[in-house]
Design a protein around this ligand. Structure first.
Ligand code: NGQ
Ligand code: ZN
Length: 460
C-alpha cells in the first residue's frame, strides 16, 4: 500500500484537513481518511492536493503549430480559413513526428495538471492517403507516447468519411482521415490488446455530422457497442454557426437536435463544443446525460462563440474541459477562460460558483473532474475510494499561494499564478510523474519536439 499525507485535500464533498490517502499496487485509491495524523515515513504533499484533471479533447499533432496561425491571411479570417492552414500541417505529419509531438505534449499536460487525455485521433494514413503497412501505425504512436509520458489515455480513433452534409465526397486534403466503418471497427479490434496492456480505454469518435453520414453513424455506434457496451463516443457538434445552417439546410434540424433524435445519446457520449444550441437543445442534451466537452481556449482562439454554462447547469448538465488544438496547455487556464467568458457575456462575477461551493475554482475543478472522468470512460473521478490515484499537489511555498488557506490557494492557482506554475507534484495511478514541477523526460522530449516541429514546418 502506498500513502500520501496532505494537510489539505479536495475531496468530492469539498476541502478536508489532514487527509491520508492510500492506494493499492494497481494505483486504485483504497482509503481516504480526513482528520488523520501523518504516520511516520509517509510523505507529506508540498501543498493542497487536488484531483488530476482529465483532458477530454486533444488533437495531439496540432501542438506543433501553436502560435503559427496567428496572422491575418485574408480580409476576414475564420475557423474555416484556420482549418485550411491546419490541414497543411496535418498533411506533413509522419509516424515519428507524431510520436515526438505527442510525447512532449503529454509531458506538458502532466506538468500543467492534467493526468489523462482523450485523444480524438483522425490522421490515420500516410501522406498520400494510403494506409500504412500496419494500418494502426499512428494510433500506436499515440499509445506509445502516452505510455512513455505516463499519462492515462482514452484513444478515440475518428471516423471521417465526407466533407459536408449530404454525403459530399471528401476533399483531397482529407484523404489521410478516411476509413470505412468496417475498417474502423477492425482497427479497434486490432488496438484492443495493446490498449489493454497499458490500461488505455478505446472509444470511437464520429468526427462530426458533416463528416459521417447517418448510416455510418448508426453502424459505427452499433459495432462499437458490440465490442464494448461502455466504450465512450465523442463527436464535434455545433461548433460554428455555418455548420448549424448547413445542417438545417440538409435535414431541417439543428445538429444537436438531429443527433438527439437519431442517435442513442446517453452517458457514454461527449458532445464536443456544442456551442450553438437553442434553450430546448440545452435542456434535451443536458438531460441525455452526455458530457459537454468544452475547450475554452481553443474555442476563443477559433472564434467559436460562448457556451451558455448557466443554461446547461440549470438542467443538470455535466461538463469537462479539453485543450483541443493546444494553443494553451494548462488545466487551470481552461477553467479561467471558461469562467471569464461567462463573466464577459453575462456581466456578472463568480458565475460558476454553486451554493455548496462558493469558491469558483473549487466548484469548477470538482465538476470538470467528474465530467472529464465520465467522458474518458475511466475511474478518474476524484479523491475517493475506488478511483485511480490521479493526484496533483500544489506548491504551498509558491509566492502566489504562500500562507493562504487551501481554497484560496486553488483560486490563486487558477486565477492568479500564470507566469509560473504552482504545481509541485503529480501522480498518475499512484505513480509519481512530476516532481518539483518537472517531468523526468522534460528536456529530452522538448528537444525531440522542436526537431519534429522544424521538420513539419520546413518549406518543401
Ligand atoms: C479538428 N478542430 O478536427 O481538428 C477540428 C477542426 C473540423 C476543432 N473543431 C476541423 N477545434 O471541425 O472540421
Ligand atoms: Zn476537436
Amino acid at each position: 500500500m502506498n500513502q500520501l499525507f496532505a494537510a489539505d485535500a479536495l475531496l468530492p464533498t469539498g476541502w478536508a484537513r489532514n487527509v491520508l490517502i492510500a492506494w493499492d499496487g494497481a494505483g486504485r485509491i483504497a482509503q481516504v481518511t480526513p482528520g488523520a495524523t501523518a504516520p511516520a515515513g509517509v510523505p507529506t504533499a508540498a501543498g493542497p492536493v487536488i484531483p488530476g484533471m482529465p483532458n477530454l479533447h486533444s488533437h495531439a499533432f496540432q501542438r506543433a503549430f501553436a502560435g503559427l496561425t496567428e496572422y491575418r491571411g485574408q480580409a476576414e479570417d475564420s475557423f474555416w480559413s484556420w482549418r485550411n492552414l491546419m490541414y497543411r500541417f496535418a498533411a506533413r505529419i509522419t509516424p515519428e513526428s507524431l510520436e515526438a509531438i505527442a510525447t512532449w505534449l503529454y509531458v506538458e499536460m502532466l506538468e500543467a495538471g492534467y493526468t489523462s487525455v482523450c485523444e480524438f485521433h483522425y490522421v490515420h494514413h500516410d501522406q498520400g492517403g494510403t494506409p500504412y503497412a500496419d494500418d494502426a501505425t499512428l494510433s500506436l504512436a499515440l499509445l506509445r507516447a502516452a505510455q512513455r509520458a505516463g499519462i492515462g489515455i482514452t484513444l478515440l480513433p475518428v471516423l471521417y468519411q465526407t466533407s459536408g452534409f449530404g454525403a459530399k465526397p471528401p476533399r483531397a486534403d482529407q484523404a489521410r482521415f478516411i476509413r470505412s466503418t468496417d475498417n474502423m471497427l477492425s482497427l479497434l479490434e486490432r488496438l484492443a490488446p495493446t490498449a489493454q496492456a497499458q490500461k488505455a480505454v478505446l472509444g470511437l469518435a464520429p468526427h462530426s455530422l458533416r463528416a459521417v453520414p447517418p448510416d455510418s453513424l448508426a453502424a459505427a455506434v452499433q459495432g462499437l457497442t458490440a465490442l464494448n457496451a461502455q466504450a465512450p463516443i465523442h463527436i464535434h457538434i455545433a461548433e460554428q454557426t455555418q455548420e448549424v445552417d448547413d445542417c438545417v439546410a440538409w435535414s431541417g434540424q439543428r445538429p444537436v437536435q438531429w443527433l438527439l433524435e437519431h442517435a442513442p445519446v446517453d452517458e457514454r457520449w461527449c458532445l464536443v463544443h456544442a456551442t450553438h444550441m437553442t434553450p430546448q437543445e440545452y435542456q434535451d442534451a443536458a438531460r441525455s446525460g452526455a458530457v459537454a466537452g468544452i475547450c475554452p481556449t481553443t474555442e476563443a482562439n477559433l472564434g467559436d462563440g460562448i457556451f451558455a454554462m448557466p443554461l446547461w447547469l440549470q438542467h443538470g448538465g455535466r461538463w469537462g474541459v479539453g485543450s483541443d488544438s493546444h494553443a494553451c496547455v494548462n488545466a487551470a487556464e481552461e477553467l479561467l477562460v471558461l469562467e471569464y467568458g461567462q463573466r464577459l457575456s453575462l456581466r456578472q462575477r463568480n458565475v460558476l460558483a454553486t451554493a455548496a461551493q462558493p469558491e469558483v475554482a473549487t466548484a469548477m475543478t470538482l465538476q470538470a473532474v467528474q465530467g472529464g472522468a465520465q467522458a474518458a470512460g475511466r475511474a478518474i473521478g476524484g479523491l475517493a475510494v475506488g478511483q485511480q490515484a490521479d493526484l496533483v499537489a500544489l506548491d504551498a511555498q509558491h509566492v502566489a499561494l504562500c500562507d493562504l488557506p487551501a481554497p484560496s490557494m486553488l483560486s490563486a492557482h487558477v486565477f492568479g499564478s500564470h507566469r509560473t506554475s504552482a504545481i509541485d507534484s503529480v501522480w498518475v495511478a499512484g505513480q509519481q510523474r512530476i516532481t518539483g514541477g518537472r517531468h523526468t523526460l522534460h528536456d529530452a522530449a522538448a528537444h525531440a519536439f522542436v526537431a519534429a516541429r522544424s521538420a513539419t514546418i520546413a518549406p518543401d
